[in-house]
Design a protein around this ligand. Structure first.
Ligand SMILES: [Zn+2]
Ligand SMILES: [Zn+2]
Length: 399
C-alpha cells in the first residue's frame, strides 16, 4: 500500500484550520498533519483537494436507516445498505440505532450488525463502532413516532442478553422508568455512553440517573421533558426538567438534529453556546427515507414499524409530529454553517471528534491527528462531499 498524501486544501482540525495543509497517511493511519512545505515521500499517491477542505470522516451516534433500509429490518443486506448510504454523506463511523420492537427483532438486528462488523470490506461503507440500544425503553408519554406496542420498561432478563453480545456501546433509557437505574449501572459496567431519551424525567430523576452513570440526552428538545411537561406529570411546585439538567450540568452532553426542519437556527446556536462543541454532537437520526423520493415508509422494522410520510425534506408521523430526519451528516454540517454563526471547526468537531470522545473511540477516529485511522473526507468550499477515504482506502461514492 503506497502512502497517501492529501494536498492543496484547508485541513479542519479540532481547534482551527490549517491552510495549504499536507496530510500524510501510511498503512491506513494518519502519520503527519502539517504544512505542504514539508518533505513529500516520492512514492506517495497524491489526493488533490482542489482548494477545498480536508476533514475527518463523520461519526454518527444516532442513525436508524437510509436508502430504503432500517437497521431494525435485521438482515445483513439492510445493515450494509444503510452503511453504504451514509458513507456517501461523509459518515465513516456509525452506531446502528435500535427502535421499539420485540426482543426477537432487536436480537436479529444485533446479530446482523455483528456479522457486517466482522466481515467488513471498504465497499460496505461506514464502520460500525457498536450498536446504540435506543428503543425499546422509552416512557409511555414520550414514545414519539415509534410504534408504542414495542415500548416497555427495562428488565435485566431482557437487556442482559443484549449487553452480553459486547456490541452495545450507547445505551438509552428514560430515567423515570422502573428499573432504569439498574439498567444504567449494567450499561456503565459495559463502558457505554449512557443516555436518557424519549423521557418525561424531572430534575430529581435526572440527578439520580447521573449518579448511576447517565451522561447524555438524545435529540435535545425532541421527545424530552420541559418544566411544563413535568408539571403536568408531577404537579406543583414546578420542577426542573431534562432541559435545565443538561444545561446546568457541565458533564452532560447532548445532540441536535440540524436538518433545518426539527429545530430553528436560534435553538441550534443556543445549544452550541450553552454546551460548547465539546458537549454537543450533530446526529442525523436518519430513517430509511434518506436518498429516496417522497412517499410513505415504515419507521423501524419493514414488517411492523409505524408508518410515516416523507415530504422530501423530513419525515412526518400521522399525528402531525416529526418522524425523524431523512438527511445525511453532510446536510447537517451545511445547515449549521448556513443557519448559525458557529465556526466551521466547531461544526466539524460536533460531527466527528465530540461523538467519538463521548463513545470512547477518539483514540481510533474522529479527527485528523497522528496515529488515528485515516478516515478522511475531501469537501468542496460548499461543504459537499467529494471524496471519502476509510482507513486510507478510497471509497467509491455510488449514488
Ligand atoms: Zn427519537
Ligand atoms: Zn431516533
Amino acid at each position: 500500500m503506497r502512502p497517501l498524501l492529501f494536498i492543496n486544501g484547508t485541513a479542519i482540525l479540532p481547534d482551527g484550520m490549517l491552510e495549504n495543509a499536507a496530510v500524510l497517511c501510511r498503512q491506513g493511519r494518519i502519520e503527519l498533519v502539517g504544512s505542504a512545505k514539508g518533505k513529500i515521500p516520492a512514492d506517495a499517491e497524491v489526493v488533490d483537494a482542489r482548494g477545498g477542505y480536508i476533514a475527518p470522516g463523520f461519526v454518527d451516534i444516532h442513525v436508524h436507516g437510509g436508502a430504503g433500509a432500517d437497521f431494525m429490518d435485521g438482515t445483513i443486506e439492510a445493515v450494509r445498505r444503510v452503511c453504504v448510504a451514509h458513507a456517501r454523506h461523509g459518515t465513516t463511523t456509525l452506531f446502528p440505532t435500535t427502535t421499539t420492537g420485540s426482543p426477537a427483532q432487536i436480537t436479529a438486528m444485533l446479530s446482523a450488525c455483528s456479522e457486517v462488523q466482522k466481515s467488513r470490506r471498504t465497499e460496505d461503507g461506514a464502520h460500525i463502532a457498536g450498536v446504540h440500544l435506543y428503543g425499546p425503553f422509552f416512557a409511555e408519554d414520550k414514545v414519539g413516532c415509534h410504534s408504542p406496542e414495542g415500548r416497555r420498561s427495562p428488565t435485566e432478563k431482557e437487556y442482559a442478553h443484549y449487553f452480553q453480545t459486547g456490541l452495545i456501546q450507547i445505551a438509552t433509557c428514560a430515567a423515570e422508568l422502573p428499573g432504569a437505574e439498574a439498567f444504567y449501572r449494567a450499561a456503565r459496567r459495559r463502558r457505554c455512553l449512557i443516555t436518557c431519551g424519549h423521557s418525561n424525567a424531572s430534575w430529581q430523576e435526572m440527578a439520580r440517573a447521573f449518579r448511576a452513570g447517565m451522561r447524555h440526552v438524545d435529540h435535545f428538545w425532541c421527545a424530552m421533558s420541559s418544566v411544563s411537561s413535568v408539571r403536568a406529570r408531577l404537579g406543583v411546585p414546578m420542577q426542573g426538567s431534562m432541559l435545565e439538567y443538561v444545561l446546568g450540568n457541565p458533564e452532560m452532553s447532548t445532540e441536535v438534529i440540524a436538518d433545518g426542519c426539527h429545530l430553528a437556527p436560534e435553538l441550534l446556536e443556543f445549544a452550541w453556546r450553552m454546551k460548547s462543541a465539546r458537549r454537543l454532537c450533530l446526529v442525523t437520526d436518519a430513517n430509511r427515507a434518506l436518498d429516496l423520493p417522497p412517499g410513505k415508509y415504515r419507521f423501524g422494522s419493514e414488517q411492523e414499524g409505524s408508518w410515516f410520510e416523507s415530504d422530501g425534506k423530513v419525515g412526518w408521523a400521522p399525528n402531525g409530529s416529526l418522524a425523524s430526519s431523512i438527511m445525511g451528516m453532510d446536510h447537517m454540517v451545511r445547515h449549521m454553517k448556513k443557519a448559525t454563526c458557529v465556526p466551521l471547526p466547531d461544526i466539524i468537531r460536533m460531527a466527528s471528534l465530540t461523538p467519538a470522545e463521548r463513545t470512547g473511540i477518539a483514540h481510533e477516529t474522529g479527527s485528523l491527528e497522528k496515529g488515528k485511522r485515516a478516515d478522511v473526507l475531501i469537501l468542496n468550499r460548499r461543504l459537499e462531499v467529494k471524496k471519502v477515504f476509510m482507513a486510507g482506502q478510497a471509497y467509491e461514492i455510488r449514488r
